[in-house]
Write a new protein. Structure first.
Length: 219
């Protein structure tokens, strides 16, 4: 399976690129924004496409057309203003979804955020526009005809071990954190898993290995 990782230079994207590069079943390509990011991916044997989510939907369509799956793990980052959140996390995501539909790239995995459907939660946060962007991008994807899975992790950490996780349909009983490596491992696990199609999965650290957590939520 040829997989385009949009947002590959982010922390989850880099971990995922490494995992898929070591896989016999997947051939990752990194969608990156700057030429200077190329060296990392060349070092691990992952080809790159240099472009921007601020480009037109038509230009994105030319990028995605030869792939079997798209993983969207891009984000504007905490150092930019909310204008970039709208451009990347919302408009960039929706353009990617629309490009996938137009080019018949059916498999689409979105890395979103826990509580993206809970407006009462947004009001307690200092990053409300971020949650609004995630909510409407997720809504666009869930209303599409793509074979989508939306992952909604809680606060991300840089712990080096996957550990154990919890996966729920609603964010009612989650822990506060989850390692990025656990999210990347989940993506790698579900790429070919039809049982996860059409699922929205809230996730945190927990008591189950990833395979068991997936079995529980997909059964």
């Amino acid at each position: 399976m040829k997989v385009l990782i949009i947002g590959a230079n982010g922390k989850i994207g880099r971990i995922l690129s490494q995992k898929l590069a070591a896989s016999d079943n997947h051939k990752p390509t990194a969608f990156i924004r700057k030429e200077e990011q190329r060296a990392y991916f060349e070092k691990i044997g992952v080809p790159v496409v240099v472009g921007s989510l601020e480009h037109s939907a038509e230009e994105l369509g030319k990028v995605v057309k030869d792939f079997d799956a798209i993983v969207f793990t891009a984000g504007s980052g905490g150092k930019t203003g909310f204008d970039k959140t709208l451009e990347i996390d919302l408009d960039g995501a929706i353009k990617s979804i629309n490009a996938a539909q137009k080019q018949q790239v059916k498999r689409f995995i979105m890395v979103s955020a826990s509580h993206a459907d809970d407006r009462s939660y947004w009001g307690q946060s200092s990053i409300k526009p971020y949650y609004i962007a995630k909510h409407y991008a997720d809504k666009e994807l869930s209303g599409s005809d793509l074979d989508f899975t939306i992952l909604r992790p809680v606060r991300l950490t840089d712990e080096p071990e996957v550990g154990k996780v919890k996966m729920l349909a609603k964010p009612t009983d989650l822990e506060r954190e989850i390692p990025r490596i656990a999210v990347a491992e989940t993506i790698a696990t579900i790429l070919d898993d039809k049982a996860t199609y059409g699922k929205i999965i809230e996730m945190s650290r927990g008591e189950d290995i990833i395979a068991m957590a997936l079995k529980k939520i997909c059964s």
